[in-house]
Ligand binder design. Structure first.
Ligand code: SF4
Ligand code: SF4
Length: 307
């Protein structure tokens, strides 16, 4: 163990553009076991059947990465004050404005991994960005990067929640950080603002079956009619439970050129959205997170709101 290693890794992560970094011992997340089991047993994972897979691996990084000693959690800012010119009709979640974050963040993690190997110590390990087998929020919480809010997202007390989370799981022992307190207190703004009541009345549990983010992205079926007029114009993702969170008053503009949205996308009018063709979809969204729904999925969402 050498705290000098932590310092060097922190410095390199900052150089690469990560906002925050924290370290945890790679061991089974016993506290989360019951919570995850209840969430799955209640079917709150909706159509995301893959969440049922590899239960043990999801809780224990040593099952995922042989010889794992340390989970390094990192936050990458995507907040922007830029918005679509006409948000009164069709809205896209801000995390999806730019180039696919999986690629952008993964490239940076690869550089950090290489730096550790070349300059610090020979290590084996794996890189994860928004990856199903890893309980990213739980690891970020354990590493002291924030607490899990009632909206189920990680909230950093100085920077808010508009961040992509990612991890390096490596076989090198380092110094470990400690979790911080939960500062949601008596606030219920996210619960009150959620248009589909997807957040449990006591908070901390989000039912994906009712969450606009799931309904518009991972969901492969028709959107159930009970959500008619409740989508608040969202056709890809949803930012409402973050927009109302008081801790996001600390959010700062990101400085990642790859996340800058295309002007053509920001300037889309209601007519442009309704008349969106597959060719235009490809032109606007190739290489962005929106490509995930494919043309068919986005068109379904647009039609659901406009019909
Ligand atoms: S993302 Fe939207 S729909 Fe989902 S819990 Fe938050 S406010 Fe509710
Ligand atoms: S809106 Fe309030 S209750 Fe919800 S996550 Fe933010 S601080 Fe917590």
């Amino acid at each position: 163990m050498d705290s000098g290693y932590n310092k060097l890794i922190r410095e390199r992560a900052k150089e690469l553009g990560f906002s925050e970094i924290g370290f945890s011992k790679a061991e089974k997340l016993t506290e989360e076991e019951e919570r995850l089991k209840d969430w799955l047993d209640n079917g709150f994972n909706a159509g995301m059947a893959y969440m049922n897979n590899h239960f043990e691996k999801r809780l224990d990084p040593t099952e995922l990465v042989p010889g794992a000693k340390t989970v390094i959690s990192l936050m990458y800012n995507y907040h922007t004050e830029l918005s679509q010119s006409d948000e009164s009709i069709f809205k896209v979640s801000k995390y999806a404005y730019g180039r696919d974050y999986h690629k952008v963040v993964k490239n940076k993690l690869k550089k950090l991994f290489k730096y550790i190997n070349d300059e610090i110590h020979s290590v084996s390990g794996r890189i994860f960005v928004d990856s199903a087998p890893v309980l990213e929020g739980a690891w970020a919480r354990k590493a002291g990067l924030g607490w899990i809010g009632k909206n189920s997202l990680l909230i950093n007390p100085k920077k808010g929640s508009y961040f992509f989370l990612s991890e390096l799981i490596i076989d090198l022992e380092l110094d470990y950080d400690s979790p911080i307190s939960d500062y949601c207190g008596k606030c219920t703004k996210c619960i009150d603002a959620c248009p589909t009541n997807a957040i449990h009345p006591d908070g901390y549990i989000v039912d994906a079956n009712s969450c606009i983010s799931f309904l518009t992205i991972e969901n492969k079926e028709e959107i159930p009619s009970e959500f008619k007029n409740k989508m608040e114009n969202y056709i890809f993702g949803c930012d409402i439970c973050q927009e109302v969170c008081p801790w996001n008053r600390f959010s700062k503009e990101h400085n990642e050129p790859d996340f800058v949205p295309k002007k053509d996308f920001l300037d889309m009018t209601a007519k442009d959205w309704v008349e969106l063709t597959e060719t235009k979809f490809e032109k606007l969204f190739f290489g962005t997170p929106v490509a995930r729904t494919k043309y068919k999925g986005l068109k379904r969402n647009i039609d659901f709101i406009s019909e």
